[in-house]
Design a protein around this ligand. Sequence first.
Ligand SMILES: N[C@@H](CCC(=O)N[C@@H](CS)C(=O)NCC(=O)O)C(=O)O
Length: 280
Amino acid sequence: MSEDKYTPPEVWEWDNQSGGKFTNINRPISGATHEKQLPRGKHPLQLYSLGTPNGMKVTILLEELLALGHEGAEYDAFLINIGEGDQFGSGFVNINPNSKIPALLDVSTNPETRVFESGAIMVYLAEKFSELLPTDPSARAECMSWLFWQMGSAPYLGGGFGHFYAYAPEKFEYPINRFAMEVKRQLDVLDRNLASRQYLCGDDYNISDIAVCAWYGTLVLKNAYNAAKFLDVVSYKNVIRWADEISSRPAFKRGIRVNRAPSGPDDKAIAERHDSSDLD
Ligand SMILES: N[C@@H](CCC(=O)N[C@@H](CS)C(=O)NCC(=O)O)C(=O)O
């Protein structure tokens, strides 16, 4: 435990020099900081995103839909650089008042449809194309349960554990312990479920696998936050088996290349995607 005792003031005040990796973009107010219209491409779906786990869920799903033959899932993916504050431009805020990637605009509907929150975007696309979301009520409930599990759980992994283990200005024992315990509990939830199931919901792959794999697959296979050893991720064998299978799907491999800078010479990442040939 730290020797320094912190006593909260009566009324919290914003210290925008508090340190940590995202201190320049974090702020306690919402809304646009500047006027900036968003670009538009030629396809029915306009995606404004970044290749983080939240962003890649949508590009993986779009690539799955295209692989299934849905031409209406053709998309332009524009890069939103959150480190530069693109999420606070007026055009982006009009699509997502919460100023976070991913955000989708469906220009094939009249009026155009805006969708924000990755889970809502996934359900919107799955319903639009009648794919990867079961229609039988009980199978659909199981899929929604795991999808919402991801939405509720991953902030503890990223915003909690990842923040304090990798991005905070110092290593603080209390939050690292608290969030490491929670992340390991979550991995155990997944591992036990996947002990008797091929996919999260049973025999069939669906949008919940994409959403959960984007976060927890990245954690166990890609050493996210440089924490693979610390969290002993190799002990979650069923999670690794499932993540290996999902991340080897061609659409998954294509989707994770979109809206990113290459991490090395073998990484075929692309900043923007406007044509399927961009990924061929
Ligand atoms: N619950 C949201 C979370 C989205 C989110 O946290 N996006 C992050 C990148 S992974 C972001 O845009 N951060 C920018 C910011 O906080 O200003 C979702 O699932 O879409």
